[in-house]
Ligand binder design. Structure first.
Ligand SMILES: Cc1ncc(COP(=O)(O)O)c(C=O)c1O
Length: 421
């Protein structure tokens, strides 16, 4: 505790006006893990909040946060309305509604040939976020446990690993390939590794892991008796190749927990319906934590997402084709603006190297703070997704999210191209 330190309050700028380190608790680990707690005790707003505020101020096209600006399929929306109207408004069962667990099982069989018992091997959660947090809290136990994570990474991973008191061991995805180097992966995994956490397709890089990388992850997990946890929320936003869950590799299923959700696939990110599937004993362990986080959520949304998972193939094909078109539009705007661009194979995200636009001493965070006013577009620096020690390697890289309507992406591309020079 710091003597004389006053509680943090939010000032007019949206920043916390005072150090808050005098409040003891595990929250400090979560905030520090996510890079939000400075050594002086100041709690910073996330860069997402800062950039969104700038986007609103300057009426910019917001390609910062990754949520769609259009509704999902009418069948799915109608099913939720029907569920509310027909009284599905009380607590669903702790493991989730049978109709959704059946639908997840059918989906995994239909797309990937994975057989799951909906009674024991599937747990419905409050989005993929709760599935991830409950899984990590359930499986990790203090500082001797390490979690291998591909960096840059989705920010909730670091917070959840820190809450569990465990250690995050990063494997870099280096520009421009943004793919893991097998030697780095081998160096990161050891007998201390409890979990290898895989996000495929990957946020924020758009990388889809190769068969070679997937195979090496499994080989190392077997060698060191580690578990594999996969975050596959972008499984249907694949623009090149097809999605292959690690759980389909021979021998992988027994040590893999697969996580996904309906938010990205059905453009319903606010519904927060997710799931985790895998061996029954591991699911029981996750349930033991999950039931004391939320217990359950989203009763009327669960049968609606079940309808979505059963939509015909053409829905999923169109989703990927639309995303490909938006990716290409955005990419051409970024190239016209003079940036080197990675062409993502999956997810919403495109990474650009904005070095040509940086003044001396500036980095991508400065660029992103100025971009809403300068170009009428908002984006997020990749440093928001890396640990403090590795910020320098990502200092000129920016993530643009192509999850808005095609006409909105076209306008953003036009503005970016016009901002060149
Ligand atoms: C990689 C990744 N995992 C998980 C989530 C969160 O998923 P949900 O909204 O289902 O909690 C996101 C959302 O942006 C994400 O990008």
């Amino acid at each position: 505790m710091t003597p004389g330190v006053v509680p943090g309050v939010v000032g007019a700028s949206g920043r916390y006006a005072g150090p808050v380190l005098h409040i003891p608790g595990a929250w400090q680990r979560a905030a520090r893990g996510a890079g939000l707690l400075a050594p002086d005790g100041m709690l910073a707003p996330t860069i997402f909040a800062e950039i969104t505020a700038a986007a609103v101020r300057h009426d910019a096209v917001n390609l910062g946060q990754g949520f769609p600006d259009e509704d999902g399929p009418a069948e799915v929306l109608d099913a939720a309305i029907r569920a509310i109207r027909t009284g599905m408004n009380q607590y669903p069962p702790g493991r989730g509604m049978p109709v959704l667990r059946e639908a997840v099982a059918d989906h995994q069989r239909r797309f990937y040939g994975i057989d799951l018992d909906p009674e024991r091997e599937i747990l419905i959660t409050a989005g993929a976020t709760e599935a991830l947090t409950a899984t990590l809290l359930a499986l990790l136990d203090g500082p001797d446990d390490e979690v291998v994570v591909f960096e840059p990474y989705y920010d909730s991973y670091a917070a959840a690993i820190a809450l569990a008191g465990a250690r995050l061991v990063p494997v870099p995805l280096r520009w421009p390939a943004l793919e893991p180097d097998l030697a780095d992966l081998q160096a990161a995994v050891s007998d201390r590794t409890r979990v290898i956490l895989v996000n495929d397709p990957h946020n924020p890089t758009g990388t889809v892991f190769s068969a070679e990388v997937r195979g090496e992850i499994l080989r190392l997990a077997e060698l060191h008796d580690a578990l594999i946890v996969t975050d596959e929320v972008y499984e249907h936003l694949i623009m090149e190749g097809t999605h292959t869950p690690i759980a389909t590799l021979p021998g992988a299923a027994e040590r893999t927990l697969t996580i996904s959700s309906g938010g990205k696939t059905f453009r319903t990110t606010g519904w927060k319906v997710g799931w985790v599937s895998g061996p029954a004993d591991l699911i029981d362990a996750v349930l033991a934590v999950k039931q004391y986080l939320t217990y359950v959520n989203g009763a009327p949304f669960q049968p609606a997402i079940a309808v979505g998972l059963g939509l015909p193939d053409v829905y999923f094909e169109d989703l990927a084709a639309t995303q490909r078109e938006r990716r290409d539009l955005l990419g051409s705007g970024l190239i016209a603006a003079g940036f080197d661009v990675s062409t993502p194979a999956g997810s919403y995200f495109t990474v650009a190297d904005v070095r040509p636009a940086l003044e001396s001493g500036e980095d991508a965070a400065d660029f992103c703070r100025a971009l809403p006013e300068r170009a009428g577009v908002a984006a997020i620096p990749l440093t928001a997704f890396v640990s403090d020690d590795h910020r320098a390697e990502y200092a000129s890289l920016v993530r643009f999210a192509a999850c808005k309507r095609t006409d909105v992406i076209a306008e953003a591309a036009r503005r970016l191209a016009a901002s060149a020079g």
